[in-house]
Design a protein around this ligand. Structure first.
Ligand code: GLN
Length: 541
């Protein structure tokens, strides 16, 4: 069992996740079985209770765990399906250690960060590695070295290295090499300092991945090599590229895979990147552009919608088009009269309403849904977007003016979207929604069957509310159908509007299962409809 530990220095947001995923992809294409773990040194037990503005999107796994968005990167790059054990947080570790202490498991000992917390961390990493059956486990350390909160985790991986040996653990450190002023010299001091911090903690990095605008020049590599005591061949230049999917190719072209194989004694030859390279070329050589409006509540931080961005991009790559996203903040839309909202949306080829919570901005989202519905613009609604589409339909088509969700208006006379029965008694917020993978049955003669080509699909969920069964028959009579339902027919999972080129919404989140070479079917058909919309619009002009 081998481990690759990825740390970050200088500042956050360096693309550690992409580095980790890329390394995994390279080894996978050498025929090595890999898996990945993300360590988040915060006290929350999971990402589920966090505002997306703090950490970006909450990613949902098959098993229903709500995790850091980096696990989405791992799943997409490595084509694997992970479990909650692959996201270790300080909260999870302390909770277990404190529970053990209360049970008396420590037999009268003083319970301390070293060794009890560090042992718990190390054992968790090793258990995940063992259970996954992977030959190589990638461990990405959240945060930046030097942060107080990541200390126990770094100490735990230092101990892991000491325990299982140098041949089995490799440390990859990602840093930033900025260029200062008019001279344009690449500055190595931040890298030197962060390596020094790491060494002070007893960890000597084996490989340094340097982020920079332009490729590192030889003198920069030489300097880092000398000051950080690392051979130049292990200093990798991860300069800015057009497309993140190019990163594995960039790293491989500098000999990173060969170095890893040798250092870990993996006895493998070069990775076969033919398929990946073809995919990257297809992504870079797209000729067309379409414009999709994404109306959200956290558009100031694009990472809040990362899986939607990826799912649109996977679909666009498949269909040979760039998908340009027009970001619209729902709260801004809601201040405008419907006429101005229509005006803002008149040039888009599709409208996407992603998941969300709460009243703020919901009216703005419904104005955009109305625009898409009335003007036959392709529409895709996801989770909250699905619920709002149903509400908008009840209000404007069925004339139930106070139709609403009891999430937004608990006292409404017409709760067309209401709490799931099992949610009534729940008071805790963390991990208590309807979460994870559930089967959905698709009507064989519906247009949705043509999209999925299957009668039974499995998709990931994250919601507390659903379409109120009391209103379903009436809604259907007016033309909004539900051709996708839970196997017991109680829960509405897909809405589909008749006499519209593409008006589809799902209670589940198809974006979480979209992979680069296997785009989520609903997104793919949405993008296809948007391409069609653009074609028709240009013919009219
Ligand atoms: N707020 C809605 C619910 O809890 C939708 C959730 C979501 O979009 N993920 O059901």
């Amino acid at each position: 069992m081998k481990y690759i530990i990825v740390t970050g220095g200088v500042l956050s947001g360096l693309g550690k996740g992409i580095t980790t995923s890329s390394i995994g992809l390279l080894l996978k294409n050498c025929g090595v079985k890999v898996t990945a773990i993300k360590i988040d040194p915060y006290l929350n037990c999971d990402a589920g209770t966090m505002n997306p503005y703090q950490h970006g999107e909450v990613f949902v796994l098959d098993d229903g765990s709500e995790v850091d968005l980096d696990l989405g990167n791992y799943e997409r790059f490595l084509d694997i399906s992970l479990t909650c054990e692959h996201n270790i947080t300080t909260g999870k570790v302390y909770k277990v250690v404190i529970e053990k202490e209360r049970r008396g498991d420590y037999l009268g000992n003083t319970v301390q960060i070293i060794p009890h917390i560090t042992n718990e961390i190390r054992e968790r990493i090793q258990t995940v590695a063992k259970d996954s059956g992977a030959q190589v486990t990638l461990v990405e350390m959240g945060g930046t070295v030097g942060d107080i909160e990541s200390m126990p985790f770094l100490e735990a991986v230092r101990q892991l290295h000491a325990l299982i040996g140098h041949k089995n653990v490799i440390f990859v450190h990602t840093t930033l090499v900025p260029v200062m002023g008019v001279v344009g010299e690449q500055k190595t001091k931040p890298t030197q300092h962060s390596v020094k911090v790491l060494m002070g903690l007893g960890i000597h990095p084996d490989i340094i991945v340097c982020r920079s605008d332009e490729p590192l020049v030889k003198s920069t590599k030489d300097k880092i090599s000398l000051f950080c005591d690392i051979p130049t061949e292990a200093i990798i230049s991860a300069y800015d590229v057009r497309n993140v999917y190019q990163v594995p190719l960039l790293l491989d072209s500098q000999g990173l895979t060969t170095y890893l194989i040798k250092r870990l004694g993996l006895h493998r030859s070069k990775p076969d990147l033919t398929k990946w390279r073809r995919f990257v070329n297809r992504a870079n050589n797209r000729k067309k552009h379409i414009k999709i409006a994404l109306i959200g509540k956290y558009t100031g931080l694009k990472d809040s919608y990362i899986s939607h961005i990826k799912a649109l991009d996977h679909s666009g790559t498949e269909l040979g088009t760039f998908v340009d996203i027009e970001w619209l903040e729902s709260e801004d839309l809601e201040k405008l009269p419907y006429r101005s909202v229509s005006n803002k949306l008149k040039d888009v080829n599709g409208v996407l309403i992603p998941g969300g919570f709460g009243k703020r901005g919901s009216k703005g989202k419904m104005q955009a849904i109305r625009f898409a519905r009335e003007n036959k613009v392709p529409f895709l609604g996801v989770c909250f977007g699905f619920q709002l589409a149903v509400i908008e339909f009840c209000q404007k088509v069925m004339n139930i003016s106070d139709a609403h969700s009891s999430e937004l208006f608990p006292k409404t006379k017409h709760p067309v979207v209401t709490l799931l029965p099992e949610q009534n008694e729940i008071t805790d917020m963390g991990g208590t929604m309807r979460l994870g993978i559930y089967p959905v049955n698709i009507d064989k003669n519906s247009p949705i069957f043509k999209i999925y080509k299957q009668q039974r699909i499995y998709e990931r969920h994250r919601h507390r509310y659903e379409v109120n069964p009391e209103y379903i028959e009436k809604i259907k009579k007016y033309g909004l159908l539900f051709p996708g339902r839970s196997p017991d027919d109680r829960r509405m999972e897909i809405a589909y509007l008749k006499s519209h080129p593409f008006f589809i919404a799902s209670q589940f989140h198809p974006e979480f299962k979209s992979h680069p070479m296997a785009p989520a079917p609903l997104y793919c058909h949405f993008v296809k409809a948007a391409i069609e919309n653009k074609k028709n619009a240009s013919q009219k002009e």
